[in-house]
Design a protein around this ligand. Sequence first.
Ligand code: F6P
Length: 319
Amino acid sequence: MKKIALLTSGGDSPGMNAAIRAVVRKSIYHGVEPVGIRRGYTGLIADDMFPMNLGSVADIIQRGGTILRTARSQEFMTVEGRQRAVANLRQREIDGLVVIGGDGSFRGAIDLHRMGVKVVGVPASIDNDIPGTDYAIGFDTAVNTVLDAINKIRDTATSHERIFLIEVMGHRTGFIAINAGLAGGAETILIPELSYDLDQIVEKLHRGQARGKLHSIILVAEGAGDILEIGRQIKEKSGMDTRATILGHIQRGGSPTATDRINASRLAALAVELLIEGETCKMTGFEAGRLTSRDLEYMLTAKKTLDQSILELSNILSI
Ligand code: F6P
């Protein structure tokens, strides 16, 4: 293994820079030349690559976003696009590729593997929805960003005795919602994985009001429905004043937490080790608290399920 290329792809997540730093420095440590690819698969197809050195990744571990930039490439979905990508890697004599991204990016990595490229994936997504790993880079920072927002909204919700609905990201899953909801003491959490009954939610609001509760926080995962419509219906059914806040892309930015920096460094360094050992079509991950690697193709058929006991506990504690 003489040259390892790396790219970040899909939605950015805090900690991607720590992962980039680890790939570059771990490669150099082993005498391998790291090559950065800009804007994910878009840059791979456009041959937008550059040699990286120790200094290229100085002063980035604390920064959100990704210094390599990222993209969701339509061209990579085509056979011609993928062929051009492989040809560029061959022409530059690149022996291995590290893909830092989520499930969509990993599907692209599997395609490259099937075309003969040695590839290892490093899971990064604030949604934390990638099968085969309990944790993905950026999740911890995103949950803490949501938590900070809940704390602030709780202040104003209490002052005005209002019901607040807060929409969080998560794509089609509720991982961010259940974890931030438990940590923030949300009264109700709505997630796409479970159906909900608005009448029961209104009943809970009335129960709370009867015992002198001044406010209520309803956390809505983006895949669980239209927050404005849910808020309108709750107001109509309960007669209580509601407000809605959509947190949006602030959840994808910000300085990564210590957990995200540590985990990103470990996941990315392992990816380099695997390539040096001659492995391909692997992804790194954390399972039951341990750093692991498994077949990248596992995620094609597996589905990651969330731990419903977190939601159940949250409901008990916010009674
Ligand atoms: O996958 C990360 C994510 O932030 C999801 O939570 C969200 O649904 C999506 O990306 C938003 O994508 P975009 O930034 O392209 O609007």
